[in-house]
Design a protein. Structure first.
Length: 208
């Protein structure tokens, strides 16, 4: 029987918000953190907040982005939960409203089967333009993608596990019977079947 586990990336698999690490280099961290917090709490439209935050990254070299993304800190237990779920027969996918520059290397290291996220645009000199594109920019994007994956893999919602921390994970929560709010905002906890409030992803192995 096919089983699917979908994880958010920022503040779920990775310990922090990728965009905050970028903004710190440019001196905009406090401004970006404030916008991120409001978006994850469901106080701001995710698409609008993403556009606003990425605009502040204009001028950052792509080489610096790759340097930061090569060394992002994972949440304790990230490798163990991936290994444990694979032993239980799960296909493991990462969805992120963040960026492929971060999810791709991290998911390769962890052994995650696929990742879906957005792309930061850079000019011909490898400098970020402040623009972003991709499939995961909208508040309903994760929900739409999980429906497609369930159909492709032949997985029912009964055999779908989702794990996230913020308001933009609500759309994927709507399509899974096992919904884990991980160190999450109150808006997501309300939609969860399980809440994990300790920063250790191994706790999820006790649920499935």
């Amino acid at each position: 029987m096919a089983k699917l586990a979908v994880f958010d990336f920022d503040s779920t698999l990775m310990d922090g918000e990728t965009i905050d690490f970028f903004a710190e280099v440019l001196g905009f961290k406090e401004q970006v953190v404030a916008i991120t917090e409001r978006a994850m709490a469901g106080e701001l439209d995710f698409y609008a907040s993403l556009i606003e935050r990425v605009r502040l990254l204009k001028g950052l070299p792509q080489s610096k982005v790759e340097e930061i993304c090569a060394d992002l800190p994972m949440i304790p237990g990230a490798q163990e939960v991936v290994n444990g779920l694979k032993e239980k027969g799960y296909t493991i996918i990462c969805f992120s409203g963040g960026f492929r520059s971060a999810t791709e290397p991290a998911c390769k290291k962890l052994g995650i089967d696929a990742d879906f996220s957005n792309f930061l645009h850079a000019d011909e000199n490898g400098i970020l333009t402040g623009a972003v594109g991709g499939e995961m920019m909208y508040s309903q994007a994760k929900g739409d993608m999980i429906i497609r994956l369930q159909a492709l893999l032949g997985v029912t919602r009964e055999n779908t596990l989702v794990v996230g921390d913020g308001a933009n994970d609500l759309s994927m929560f709507a399509h899974a019977d096992t919904r884990v709010a991980f160190c999450a905002k109150p808006i997501l906890k309300e939609a969860a079947t399980h809440c994990v409030d300790v920063k250790d992803l191994r706790e999820i192995l006790k649920i499935v």
